[in-house]
Ligand binder design. Structure first.
Ligand SMILES: NC(=O)c1ccc[n+]([C@@H]2O[C@H](COP(=O)([O-])OP(=O)(O)OC[C@H]3O[C@@H](n4cnc5c(N)ncnc54)[C@H](OP(=O)(O)O)[C@@H]3O)[C@@H](O)[C@H]2O)c1
Length: 308
């Protein structure tokens, strides 16, 4: 793969950081951060609030990227219900503006969306299936992906689900289970929410392959193996040799969550596997990677990146 200049927005977030870590092995990476500056020499970081007037233009001028991977978002589902205006600005308006600017400048854009655009009533969704968002997060993300493709038909929109190690240690479900079990605390695992998560580092590598292959349009980019959130917790427990009996099997309706959650978020990935000519990483590989990163001290390294 030829070395490119890659701008990754949201590089202090779960997906952006792990994508940057993978991308910098072969490319020149510029990682945009906002409220969580990073202390790292691994890649160049640039502080920018993407809601500030002219911020996107300045970021693109400063970095002159070949590829842009747009991970910045208001990705907390309950925060979106609490602040729908900011959710709309960050998840719908910023991606559209970025798509327009990137189209004008000639770079390639990969915009990150979510499996949650579906209501989860049946699962097995393809890119052709009609989305039906259940809440503010899902609706604003759907509007964002539509706006991106309207403004920049050459862009890639990738609907994802992921887990991994984050600077706060709290951004992914895998970290939630790990920390609960590691400290001996009981927790809930939902038996009726099914998803297909991919390790964020694996997903970052998939993004690079998608951009390198010159893809455009809408793709499902989730793990090749789907599971319930409860079963996911058990598999974390087993891999880390922790006490799985601490995880109580529950329905999501018992979880006291603010925003509605889609139940069956299994997505078909045939379009992407055919385009790339290879299968996508599965959960066993991802959990093995998650464990190996832990053994290598990666969570600690990631945590230390945070300034202040
Ligand atoms: N996590 C999941 O399970 C999941 C599942 C499906 C889809 N996704 C999608 O994947 C993408 C990445 O999610 P994530 O989990 O990595 O999110 P995250 O950990 O919450 O990170 C969000 C990133 O966006 C940045 N950001 C927020 N507001 C900003 C602003 N006003 N200006 C500039 N940057 C801003 C944050 O910067 P600071 O922290 O520095 O402020 C942070 O780097 C999102 O598009 C999300 O919808 C995530």
């Amino acid at each position: 793969m030829r070395k490119r200049r890659i701008l990754i927005t949201g590089a202090s977030g779960l997906l952006g950081l792990n994508t940057a870590v993978e991308a910098v092995k072969a490319h020149e990476v510029f990682g945009q951060v906002n409220r969580h500056p990073l202390r790292t020499e691994a890649f160049t970081t640039i502080q920018a609030d993407l809601l500030a007037p002219g911020a996107l233009e300045r970021l693109l001028d400063q970095t002159r990227p070949d590829w842009v991977i747009h991970c910045a978002a208001l990705a907390n589902v309950d925060a979106c219900e609490n602040d729908p205006l900011q959710a709309r600005q960050l998840n719908s308006e910023v991606p559209c503006q970025l798509a327009e600017l990137v189209a004008r400048g000639g770079a390639r854009l990969l915009h990150v969306s979510t499996d949650a655009v579906f209501d989860g009533q049946r699962g097995g969704y393809t890119e052709e299936d009609a989305p039906h968002p259940l809440g503010t997060y899902a609706q604003t993300k759907l509007d964002g992906e539509r706006g991106v493709l309207a403004a920049n038909p050459k862009a890639i929109v990738a609907r994802v689900n992921l887990f991994g190690w984050s600077i706060s240690g709290t951004r992914s479900l895998a970290e939630f289970f790990f920390h609960k079990l590691f400290t001996g605390q009981p927790c809930m695992g939902f038996t009726d929410v099914i998803f297909c998560p991919m390790l964020a580092n694996d997903l970052g590598l998939v993004f690079l392959k998608m951009l390198d292959a010159g893809l455009s349009g809408l793709y499902h980019a989730v793990g090749s193996e789907c599971t319930s959130k409860y079963e996911f917790g058990l598999r974390i427990a087993r891999r880390f040799d922790l006490d799985e009996s601490l995880i109580a099997p529950k329905s999501v309706h018992e979880g006291g969550l603010k925003a509605a959650r889609s139940l069956n978020l299994t997505l078909r990935t045939d379009r992407l596997t055919q385009a790339l000519g290879e299968p996508l990483p599965g959960l066993s590989t991802g959990l093995e990677g998650f464990y190996t990163l832990y053994q290598q001290g990666y969570p600690h390294w990631v945590e230390q990146l945070q300034e202040g």
